[in-house]
Ligand binder design. Sequence first.
Ligand code: BJW
Length: 249
Amino acid sequence: MPAEFEFPSALAGCINATTKVVVLTGAGISADSGIPTFRDSQIGLWKNYKPQELASIRAFEKDPKLVWDWYRWRRGLIDRAEPNPAHYALKQLEECAPETTIITQNIDGLHRKAGTTHLIELHGNIHRARCLPEDKSLLTWDYKADIPLCPDCGGRLRPDVVWFGEPLPNEELAYAVRCSRECDLFLSIGTSGLIEPAASLAYEALRCGAKVIEINLEATPLTVYATHVFTGQAKSILPPLIEWMITSR
Ligand code: BJW
């Protein structure tokens, strides 16, 4: 373990092949791969727009090209990004504790790119579009068109992500709640913990007796309730912490 980190002895070797672990990730884990978080001020062409306002059906109905342009810009950043050591540490965790579930609010697909298989994408995925008339997901479409149309029915497409005021995918959310209630250990990584219903998962875990670990650059509403809090970058803290929880005795 690098000398700069001292982890509590209560966490040494606390993960084994039968430990049920749930990990909730947010934009902070991908910030270490160069993808701006939701609350970072935006840059370049997008510096005068608020993400909270673009990620809405209202914005899309008012100006679909603007919203598609924003998603195309983000997809460009995402497609050039690589998973960082925090994503890979979670893959290692999954290998040692097969009952690990990674629940992400991110739409960037970096967990999958790192090899994670037991993954719930609560807010959708930027690499998919949804046909509005047919209400079906598509992986292949002309995303460079100003306002992309469905190759099958010609109807309008939208990014297949969950905007404010929209329901999360039913089955995925129900499964995320169940895993959070049944886990022994819950890690909350790089999320502001402000957006519901994802924010409530950590409290479900706590209520049902799990240890909750938070890793973030700053305090969040969860900080005072978490069992252990580590302040700093996910990519620096998570790999040695996972190593400590798996191998130390
Ligand atoms: C680092 C770091 C580093 C930085 N290392 N850390 C109850 C009360 C009040 C309101 C509500 C409620 N329940 C629902 C609502 C409404 C709403 C909501 O939560 N509003 C809040 C403002 C309160 N929720 C919804 O509308 C949800 N829908 C819903 O509940 O529907 C109900 C319904 C049922 C039936 C019919 C109809 C409706 C939907 C929420 C969807 C959120 N969507 C977005 C956009 C996704 C698509 C896209 O990406 O474009 O999801 S919004 C945005 O926020 C995005 C994120 O996934 C999500 C969470 O953000 P996250 O990940 O926490 O990022 P940041 O940027 O906020 O924070 C980054 C953190 O990382 C910070 O803490 C940094 O410090 C840290 N960090 N670098 C470690 N290197």
